[in-house]
Ligand binder design. Structure first.
Ligand code: GLN
Length: 497
């Protein structure tokens, strides 16, 4: 495949603008021409508004921090005048965003241009994009496999070189897990770092927006633009936002990297385990000190998450009632029937499962036994991290216990699907920050699939996270490797998928 603008990192394209090698409009034209070709097999995009992107590119100012840089946006973040489908039938074709999310306002103020809406599991509930009402996005490294989820579209377009960078959202791993499975960088910021205003809410005490990029430098550039206090989100934090690029390039000598013993257990894919072990040895050779830590309540994280997240989802999704937003059933007998039918017709199975589960754990009689108990366990999980961070600066592990699985492999077994996030979920419950970076490949069947290294940091310490991630990245070339869909070596997907 010929080289194009989308092969560049954000920092590289920015340099070309500043050298006067190419204008933002020319870059945008090139990208828009490439998207249909490059995204044809993976289908990471739900839609692309070329006209709006070209108009913005024509007016772009390359002097601004992100001037003229195109960013793909997960289809659950509002961009004024564009559809925001959440990959759900309840919003598809019936909802156009009347306003910009705060992250979009900030990106645009920094000069960036939102381009395209990326696929996700319906309302961000899932780990594979198979719960999308639109289509299943495929992994650019193997078209028979899922890209991860729920930000699978964002990861696939970045890894498949049909976007330079993207925004995703992470409630229990939805940025980090697809980043790991597609071989890109994904940052889940500290809860409260990034405004959630204009992100369609799934579980409000867990949701965070963050970048998916090819390099840690690009992730830092996007974080610089999107972080910060927002009066429109009462949970956004007033803390000053540092320049996240300043510590990139600093060595990591003497930094303590904690290995939680609960995250290095039997049952992990052997290829994932060996890539992560090698990455840790590499960090050690760069001067980091490896220490053992413990997160003793890890076993409860998935169960706790599926009580709290579903409880919040059942409340958040009550707004989709056929009256105020989206799909309305055409022929209801009365108002109650309108609510019932609109929701029955509009929501997919996984969303219904979660609404039912969440309503159940909140119902009187069960509230104390489930929801209240889960909140208490959440506190214990948060304390585990606080204790661990007394002994280390950053915690390292695999991002996902396995590489990308096959399309259809886990769709009949929700529990297996939920376990895909076993290493990422506790981070959201604790409200700390995390990143996944490419750390090698695992053989699975005939495929060579990316593996992600997860680093977790103290609340508000994205700077150290990025410093360690960048030091590792600079000492490897995993992030430069091209998936077969880009190098031209892909096998056609199996006919059944
Ligand atoms: N896979 C998890 C879930 O289905 C996490 C999703 C997310 O982070 N949005 O809930």
């Amino acid at each position: 495949m010929s080289s194009a603008i989308a092969d560049l990192s954000l920092a590289e394209l920015q340099q070309r603008f500043r050298n006067g090698d190419i204008s933002p409009l020319e870059a945008m034209e090139d990208l828009l021409e490439e998207i249909p070709r490059r995204d044809a097999l993976t289908r990471g995009y739900n839609s692309v508004d070329a006209e709006a992107a070209l108009a913005a590119a024509e007016a772009a100012d390359p002097g601004l921090p992100l001037g003229g840089l195109p960013i793909a946006i997960k289809d659950n973040i509002n961009v004024v005048g564009q559809p925001c489908t959440c990959s759900s039938n309840i919003l598809t074709g019936t909802y156009t965003s009347p306003y910009d999310a705060t992250v979009i306002k900030r990106l645009c103020a920094a000069g960036a241009i939102p381009v395209g809406r990326t696929n996700l599991d319906e309302f961000a509930m899932g780990s594979s994009t198979e719960n999308s009402a639109n289509h299943t996005t495929k992994n650019p490294w193997d078209l028979d496999r899922i890209p991860g989820g729920s930000s699978g579209g964002s990861a696939a377009v970045v890894a498949g070189r049909s976007a330079l960078a993207a925004l995703g959202s992470d409630t229990g791993g939805s940025i980090r897990q697809p980043a790991a499975l597609c071989g890109c960088v994904g940052v889940k910021p500290t809860y409260g770092r990034v405004s959630r205003y204009g992100l369609v809410a799934f579980a409000s005490s867990l949701d965070q927006i963050g970048p998916l990029t090819r390099t840690t430098t690009d992730a830092a550039l996007l974080l610089n633009a999107i972080c910060g206090l927002d009066p429109a989100d009462s949970t956004s934090l007033p803390e000053a936002v540092p320049d996240f690029t300043t510590d990139l390039g600093r060595d990591i000598k003497g930094l303590r990297i904690g290995l939680p013993r609960e995250y290095f257990v039997d049952g992990m894919h052997s290829g994932v385990r060996s890539a992560v072990d090698k990455a840790i040895a590499q960090l050690q050779s760069l001067g980091a000190k490896i220490v053992d830590v413990s997160l003793p309540h890890s076993d409860y994280a998935v169960a706790t998450y599926y009580i709290i997240a579903t409880a919040e989802a059942s409340s958040n999704l009550a707004r989709f009632d056929g009256i105020r937003y989206g799909h309305r059933s055409p022929d209801p007998a009365n108002l109650l029937d309108c609510y019932r039918k609109s929701r029955e017709e509009g929501f997919g199975d996984e969303v219904k499962r979660r609404i039912i589960l969440g309503t159940y754990v909140l119902s009187s009689g069960y509230y104390d036994a489930y929801y209240l108990k889960a909140q208490k366990v959440r506190t214990l999980i948060r304390r585990d991290f606080e204790e661990a961070f007394r002994h280390c600066d950053v915690i390292a592990s695999a991002t996902s216990p396995t590489p990308a699985f096959r399309v259809g492999e886990k769709t009949d077994d929700p529990l297996q699907m939920y376990l895909a996030d076993i290493f990422t979920i506790a981070n959201n419950l604790a409200g700390i920050c995390g990143i996944s970076i490419p750390c090698g490949f695992a053989e699975a069947g005939e495929s060579r699939l990316p593996v992600g290294l997860q680093l977790q940091g103290k609340a508000l310490d994205e700077t150290t996270l990025l410093r360690v991630a960048h030091a590792y990245e600079q000492s490897t070339d995993w992030h430069r490797q091209l998936p077969p869909t880009v190098s031209g070596a892909h096998r056609p997907p199996a006919a059944s998928c």
